[in-house]
Write a protein that binds this ligand. Structure first.
Ligand SMILES: Cc1cc2nc3c(=O)[nH]c(=O)nc-3n(C[C@H](O)[C@H](O)[C@H](O)COP(=O)(O)OP(=O)(O)OC[C@H]3O[C@@H](n4cnc5c(N)ncnc54)[C@H](O)[C@@H]3O)c2cc1C
Length: 1015
């Protein structure tokens, strides 16, 4: 055993000895909280329900509501828990007021375990008590989710007030350790950076810093005057780089450059942590003034893992608990070895991590008064006491605030205390031995932590064999051929930001490019060019494409018809591979294509990247689906006869796409038609013809044969209408407006002379999408997601929310937060990374939306309209109307712009009636924390895509097959497993295989394709 390990064990055992003299009460068997924790640790389902119930409780005002939620969350508890829980639920139904009072009291009691005070008065009592115990403090104001600048400003003001108050009330307090006290001011405030700015966007650290710095400067300035300390807390990974950068920038400013009382957090569960810490130390040395680092493992492990999985990102966190422990120790060494410039604060409840820091400090000859241990209020009480007794400096992190904003903090603490892998549970609940708890974490990587704990997950994003069901693969998929979504670009990384900036410059330098039509593989120029302009600056022409007339349309139909014979007999595997090659090219050119979308259709960075990602996904998904359905499949096993069902392509497909998802929708419809063996005439929207031309280039590079895909730019009213009516067009895949969609639907129903097939129309149109906010909804989420759904991409997504239906009980609270959140949106040119709302697509859209705003002003109340919008370009101010009645035009007609109608309703039944009361059924959203209401909404809302407790936009291929019904579409689902069937004709071939009473016993479930002539 190394001498360091021996030292760690000795110190660890000493701490345990002291700890065992004062057992940890929160893990004892008495009390409501203790019983809830014990049940949670026994039963995962109970734990989930309990945490959800705690989460909603603070927002419920009536006894009846509390009892109703209690029943909904716990009525179906499994047998083991039945007696306790069922009795509680039954009792509550009999005496609701009493039960809800008791429940509230108990849950408040639970929160009080972790929240040091409701207000500054309250918290001072706690701080005074701790002072008697020689424990210092850092105070944290609860309330992390701010949805608007109004809320962010209020948080900043509360921080300043608290600082004054703490300084006043602690005048005369001395340092409990005495030595090196200049490093550790008595007053210490922890600040949550995201609570100071509501529009944090990882792609735009500079923009965030420009907003955050002016809010923080007065706080830092005052802290300096008062001799106080400010700590920048660390939150989710998305904000990490911005927080680090902000800290360095502010602390290097002349005013703060020689101020040693600022600190920041490093999270050891992050793979980047060591690089960040070393960078900070280098910065600190160059600055020449001390600073502090609070080293923690990190509080958002589950969140980071879920988020990364959803977006296909590499996990930023370690996946094995001992890896975080090992890293904590490695970072402890870095901190202590650099103690001449950085003061270490170790934020851990783990005795092994603590003992390691103590032993290492001793080995390095660092006096124990030069660093400190920090603990959370309400946790690990006996360990705090033990360290004080051993002469170490101990500081407690004391959250202050009301229950409601404190809920997410409370739930994080409950999770931490009940975590399978957490130290506190192992020590105080599972009573794991000291020897086990003090083992070197290096030995535990890839092994079990303690007896009974699960073997840690070793897999990062992908398993070596490529099968990664966690990554969004379809559940029914065979293991050897799995569909995976392409990852979204993660603009948290500086390299991604720089690549996007570079792509924007490159694309701008190539403005004015001209693209030909492509028919039968030939580049065709006509005497007319269609320009496509930048909606943010309409005097800028992004590019041109040759404009087709009727003769070119005719040539394209002939080319597609001629190419059909061979393409339809090309094995599906070759066709699938064409799509995969196209996907690879899309991926290679991803930044360039995203940049082009920013200019040509006014998308923000993330929206543009999402569109390219979706196009890549369509290629992979349809290739994958084609492989599933491509081989003829035996219909039934019956002796003497074999019947195989398979599919033929329909013929020539006309694809007419919109500009709002200029690559994804175009590529989705084209790739579905191609992979199924149809030949295609692709007509992009006139507003996004550059992107359409790019897709043609990409398919040409991928090797699409001449005539199989033809690129025809032109006016919908001319060539679109001509082709829709053409006798040689067999299928029309259309996404766009209701007006054009219905015309196509109708026209395709007419059979023309010489026409071979009944035309199939795949038709996706718009929506008037509702989002319902229930009376118990989590408003932090409901507001942010509704704002995003309504104003993301300027409300020009067919899935965008245009009606917010709010239950009257909640109406005032929702409205107040909604309006201030809208007022905080950044409107501008989306070339800038932090912009959320850009321009609408063109002048016609601009005028149409303005007309609707005028109609709204006549019909309802204009509750909000942004004022600061750019002067040139097609910018429309985000607009909110209230007092909207369901029968008003702004509540019924599709506006396709940043205009939101808010409708007040009595109850959920009325909300659903209003939601269903339009001609459309595309998407819908519902925010609620009532399991029964959620089930009700799931069953009753008329929409093709229903989203509960999340935004109603952003469908992911394969995960959220997309498309609606009623006047929103023909019931097809892009990105769904039955989509390709729309492009195919089913065919069954039956053969009698009996000869003179003899037949094979079994017939193969699949056979090779029927391809003649064979190749
Ligand atoms: C005073 C104080 C301030 C804090 N401030 C912050 C802050 O600003 N930001 C922040 O993010 N955290 C902060 N934390 C940390 C956080 O709240 C947890 O308390 C801390 O991570 C628990 O670690 P531990 O060493 O006490 O316990 P342990 O039980 O030893 O470790 C638990 C931790 O290990 C990590 N972990 C769990 N499972 C895995 C796994 N499978 N793979 C990899 N790692 C895993 C997680 O970080 C988890 O929290 C703070 C903690 C304290 C005490």
């Amino acid at each position: 055993m190394s001498s360091l390990q021996a030292q760690i064990e000795e110190r660890g055992e000493r701490i345990f000895d002291l700890v065992d003299r004062h057992p940890e009460s929160i893990f004892s068997k008495a009390g409501f909280y203790q019983r809830m924790m014990a049940l949670s640790m026994r039963d995962e389902h109970f734990k989930v329900q309990m945490f959800r119930f705690v989460d909603v409780l603070a927002s419920l005002r009536r006894s009846g509501d509390i009892v109703q939620h209690l029943g909904e969350y716990f009525a179906d508890m499994r047998d083991g828990l039945a007696p306790v829980v069922h009795t509680g639920v039954r009792l509550a139904r009999i005496v609701p007021w009493l039960s809800s009072m008791v429940l509230r009291r108990n849950v408040s009691g639970m929160a009080r375990q972790f929240i040091a005070g409701k207000n500054p008065d309250d918290v001072m009592k706690t701080l005074r008590k701790r002072r008697q115990q020689d424990i210092g403090f850092t105070v944290d104001l609860l309330g992390e989710a701010v949805v608007s600048e109004k809320e962010a400003d209020a948080y900043a003001a509360r921080c300043s007030e608290l600082l004054e108050r703490l300084a006043r009330e602690t005048r005369g307090w001395t340092d409990p350790v005495g030595k090196n006290r200049e490093l550790f001011p008595v007053v210490n405030l922890s600040v949550k950076i995201s609570a100071l700015y509501s529009q944090m966007n990882p792609a735009d650290p500079a923009g965030a810093i420009a907003h955050l710095a002016p809010k923080l400067r007065p706080i830092l300035r005052r802290a300096r005057e008062l001799g106080a300390f400010i700590n920048f807390d660390m939150e989710s990974y998305a904000h990490k780089n911005t927080t680090l950068e902000l800290f360095k920038i502010l602390c290097t400013e002349a005013e703060f450059n020689d101020w040693p009382h600022a600190g920041i957090v490093i999270q050891a569960y992050l793979r980047d942590a060591e690089a960040d810490l070393r960078d900070l130390i280098e910065w600190g040395r160059a600055r020449g003034t001390r600073f502090t680092v609070r080293l923690v493992k990190g509080a958002y492990w589950d969140y980071e893992k879920i988020k990364s999985r959803q977006n296909g990102w590499d996990y930023p966190v370690y996946l094995q608990k001992p890896e975080s422990d090992v890293n904590f120790e490695a970072l402890t060494r870095v901190l202590l070895e650099n103690q001449t410039i950085v003061t270490a604060a170790f934020g851990s409840h783990n005795v092994r991590s603590i003992a390691h820091a103590q032993a290492l400090a001793e080995e390095l000859g660092i006096d124990r008064s030069r660093f400190e241990f920090q603990f959370l209020y309400g946790m690990a009480g006996p360990i705090k006491r033990a360290l004080v007794e051993m002469g170490y400096r101990v500081r407690e992190y004391c959250p202050v605030g009301e229950l409601l904003p404190g809920m997410s903090y409370l739930v994080r603490r409950l999770l931490e205390n009940t975590s399978n892998e957490g130290f506190l549970r192992a020590k105080f609940s599972e009573h794991v031995s000291a020897a086990q708890l003090l083992r070197d974490p290096n030995e535990l990587v890839n092994g079990k932590l303690w007896p009974g704990s699960p073997t840690p997950a070793t897999t990062p994003n992908r398993k070596p064999d490529g099968y990664a069901p966690e990554d969004g693969a379809s559940l029914a998929a065979p293991h050897d051929d799995i569909y995976e979504n392409s990852p979204l670009m993660n603009f948290v990384y500086k390299e991604s930001q720089e690549q996007m900036q570079a792509a924007l410059r490159d694309v701008r330098n190539r403005f004015g490019r001209k693209f030909p039509l492509v028919i039968n593989g030939e580049k065709i120029w006509t005497d007319k060019l269609t320009p496509s302009v930048n909606p943010s600056a309409p005097n800028e022409i992004v590019g041109y494409a040759a404009e087709a007339g009727i003769p070119e349309a005719e040539r394209a139909v002939k080319a597609a018809r001629d190419a059909f014979g061979k393409w339809s007999r090309t094995p599906f595997e070759e066709r699938a591979q064409l799509l995969e090659r196209a996907a690879a090219i899309l991926d290679r050119r991803r930044y360039e294509l995203s940049a082009l979308e920013v200019f040509e259709v006014g998308k923000s960075w993330a929206e543009a990247d999402g569109d390219i990602r979706e196009a890549i996904d369509f290629c992979h998904f349809y290739a994958y689906q084609m492989r599933l359905i491509g081989r003829p499949r035996l219909t039934q096993q019956v002796p003497g006869e074999e019947s195989y069902q398979h599919y033929w392509p329909r013929g020539v497909a006309l694809v007419i796409a919109p500009w709002n998802f200029p690559m994804a929708i175009l590529c989705g419809m084209v790739s579905a038609a191609l992979v199924t063996g149809n030949t295609v005439i692709m007509k992009p929207s006139e507003q996004s013809l550059n992107i359409g031309a790019m897709l043609m280039e990409i398919f040409e590079e991928a090797g699409v044969p001449p005539g199989v895909l033809n690129f025809l730019n032109g006016r919908g009213s001319v060539i679109g209408a001509h082709l829709v009516d053409h006798k040689d067009v067999d299928l029309i895949a259309f996404t766009g407006s209701r007006e054009v969609g219905l015309r196509i639907w109708e026209s395709a129903g007419i059979t023309r002379p010489g026409q071979r097939e009944l035309k199939r129309v795949v038709c996706e149109m718009g929506g008037k999408n509702p989002v319902i906010v229930d009376s118990d909804a989590d408003l932090d989420e409901a507001i942010v997601d509704s704002i995003y759904s309504a104003f993301g991409y300027q409300g020009q997504k067919c899935s965008a929310c245009s009606r917010l239906i709010v239950l009257e009980e909640n109406y005032d609270r929702v409205l107040e937060r909604l309006l201030s959140a809208a007022a905080s949106l950044r409107v501008g040119n989306p070339e800038e990374p932090g912009i959320m709302v850009g321009p609408v697509i063109d002048e016609a859209a601009y005028k149409r939306i303005q007309d609707y705003i005028n109609i709204g002003k006549g019909e309802a109340t204009l509750a909000y309209q942004a004022k600061a919008i750019p002067g040139k370009g097609y910018f429309i101010a985000p607009t909110i109307f209230t007092g909207v009645q369901p029968n008003m035009r702004i509540a019924r007609e599709e506006i396709f712009g940043p205009v939101l109608s808010v409708i007040k309703v009595r109850d959920l039944d009325e909300a659903i009636e209003v939601a269903n009361g339009t001609d459309y059924a595309l998407t819908a959203g519902f925010f609620s924390r009532s399991p029964a209401n959620i089930e009700h909404a799931k069953a009753e809302i008329e929409a093709g895509n229903i989203y509960i407790n999340r935004s109603c936009t952003g469908a992911v291929v394969g995960r959220h097959p997309f498309g609606g019904f009623k006047m929103s579409g023909g019931g097809t689902k892009a990105g769904g497993e039955d989509y390709l069937l729309q492009f195919l004709l089913p065919r069954v071939v039956t053969e009698n295989i009996m000869r003179h009473g003899f037949a094979p016993e079994e017939t193969a479930p699949h056979r090779d394709e029927f391809l003649w002539p064979p190749r």
